[in-house]
Design a protein around this ligand. Structure first.
Ligand code: NAD
Length: 500
């Protein structure tokens, strides 16, 4: 099936995907596949005004009814799963299985949000005053701005949007300028759900802003956008976070990771090798939760590393649409160049590099395919502490479990982490107050590929935000504490008397 067939099946007309100022290239072969229209930053305030007006009606729609819209969105996503999954592959280069997996994640969060729409619970609280009752209630916030990265071009939108909609907010989405087609396709899928939903969904409930950073910045700087959920690099978060804070807005920051696995002497090495491979080379190392650091006990290092290096050498790199391919292309040349300079810096600081070369350059001169790299490092230095968004795995030795945990925590990022062990003491220590400092900590499972049921996000330079499951919905609502006096007197708290 050609690009244009898929775009058409997803409801995108030729006029919407040709002739615009933003050229869209596929990382598969570097070919231009579309040119879409961009919005000017000066036109963003009008979009915000439309979303604000939509919010004013949407907040009055009962939450379970709002959930019905998200249920319909889930149905439309089920119907579009193969087409959208393929478009994800074409536009961001992840293998088709992962493209489908990403759409499945969208369906899962819709199901979760539908249930949530009847469970936006607050607490009841004992009052110290007689004849009084206290409770906590949760209310919609307003316009929720969503900024997303290229590597999860659709799932991140759905994590935010499914929750924001059931919580009674309207949404404005600024997708990555590298993946506008999948964003426009999602808008079409949502429009189908809106058409089935009926009249109580207001015009302007959801908008997509195609454009660059200046467009994102216009949204970030607006006082009419009380929540900004921004997913991307730490550099982006450093700009967005302070701007939102300066106007007392709320930001949900989901930024870079530098995720580690500790492999202990008691680990099941067969399981560890499989986990290392999937979490380090999956999505060509372009997941925020990609395994980037392998911390191995010195007594099993010589046993484990040859197996990892052999597995890396045999993994199939190629066209992400072809069955059997495990590693697709990098997003673009800049990403390839970044990988090569990180490898050169690692080598210069004593690292032993296995892999990392460009592949398939003759077949795909415009596509950047690489053999994933393993780099054996003498120490965890600045190169290792930096997130290079490409398939590089730094391997290092440790000699005591405490030292391994210290190494895991000694990087600026705090997203995901794991330990492979069959020693219950090590496992529990890793998950304890003195263990991993990350937002995600796993035992005997790799750091990448979270389920939607848990809250997703991390600490330190990862930004501190939480999205998706558990009680992450609370970030999309405002909390109100209510006290009701059903007595005939007016006692004050803390026993204060104030007689008049
Ligand atoms: P990026 O930071 O270059 O861009 C992300 C988005 O931010 C894009 O939409 C971009 O236009 C926008 N943006 C950039 N600067 C902005 C500004 N000043 N104001 C407003 N918007 C701005 O990131 P990328 O290259 O697309 O994605 C890779 C990065 O994202 C990696 O660091 C990865 O770890 C991170 N990531 C994190 C998570 C997470 O959940 N923690 C998930 C996916 C990706």
């Amino acid at each position: 099936m050609s690009y244009s067939d898929i775009l058409e099946r997803l409801g995108l007309s030729q006029a919407e995907t040709t002739g615009g100022s933003l050229k869209v290239t596929s990382p598969v072969d570097g070919a231009e596949i579309a040119a879409v229209a961009e919005i000017k930053a000066a036109d963003v305030p009008a979009v915000i005004a439309s979303a604000k007006s939509a919010f004013n009606s949407w907040k009055a729609v009962p939450a379970p009814r709002r959930g019905e819209l998200v249920r319909l969105l889930g149905e439309e996503l089920r119907a579009a799963k193969e087409d959208l999954g393929r478009l994800v592959t074409l536009e961001c280069g992840k293998i088709y299985e992962e493209g489908l997996g990403e759409v499945q994640e969208m369906i899962d969060i819709c199901d979760f949000a539908v249930g949530l729409s009847r469970q936006l619970y607050g607490l009841t609280i004992a009052s110290e005053r007689p004849g009084h009752h206290m409770r906590e209630s949760w209310h919609p916030m307003g316009v929720c701005g969503v900024i997303s990265a290229f590597n999860f071009p659709v799932a991140v939108w759905s994590w935010n949007t499914a929750l924001a909609l059931v919580c009674g907010n309207s949404v404005i989405w600024k997708p990555s300028e590298k993946t506008p087609l999948t964003a426009l396709a999602c808008q079409k899928i949502l429009e189908k759900a809106l058409a089935r939903f009926g009249d109580d969904a207001p015009e302007g409930l959801h908008h997509v802003l195609i454009g660059g950073r200046d467009v994102g910045d216009a949204m970030v700087s607006s006082e009419d956008v009380p929540i900004v959920s921004a997913t991307g690099s730490t550099a982006m978060g450093r700009q967005v976070g302070p701007k939102v804070a300066a106007r007392f807005g709320r930001s949900i920051l989901e930024l870079g990771g530098n995720n580690a696995m500790i492999v202990t002497p008691s680990a099941d090495l067969d399981m560890a090798v499989r986990a290392i491979l999937f979490s380090a080379v999956g999505t060509a190392g372009q997941r925020c939760t990609t395994l980037r650091r392998l911390i191995v006990h010195k007594d099993i290092y010589e046993q484990l590393m040859p197996r990892v290096i052999a597995a890396y050498a045999s993994v199939k790199v190629g066209n992400p649409l072809e069955k059997g391919t495990l590693v697709g292309p990098l997003i673009d040349q800049a990403s390839f160049d970044g990988m090569q300079s990180a490898l050169a810096a690692a080598k210069a600081s004593g690292g032993k590099v296995h892999g990392g070369e460009r592949e398939l350059a003759e077949q795909f001169p415009g596509g950047y395919y690489v053999r994933p790299a393993v780099v054996e490092m003498p120490v965890q230095n600045k190169v290792v502490e930096t997130e290079t968004f490409a398939p590089i795995l730094y391997a290092m030795k440790y000699d005591s479990f405490d030292a391994a945990v210290e190494m895991q925590n000694a990087v600026p990022q705090g997203l995901s982490s794991c330990v492979f062990t069959t020693d219950v003491r090590e496992a529990e220590q890793f998950l304890s107050d003195v263990g991993s400092d990350c937002g995600i900590a796993n035992v005997n499972i790799g750091p990448s590929g979270a389920e939607i049921g848990g809250a997703f996000g991390g600490e330190k330079e990862t930004g501190g935000g939480r999205e998706s499951g558990s009680d992450a919905w609370k970030a999309y609502m405002r909390r109100q504490t209510n006290t009701v006096n059903y007595s005939r007197s007016l006692p004050l708290a803390q026993g204060i008397t104030f007689d008049i």
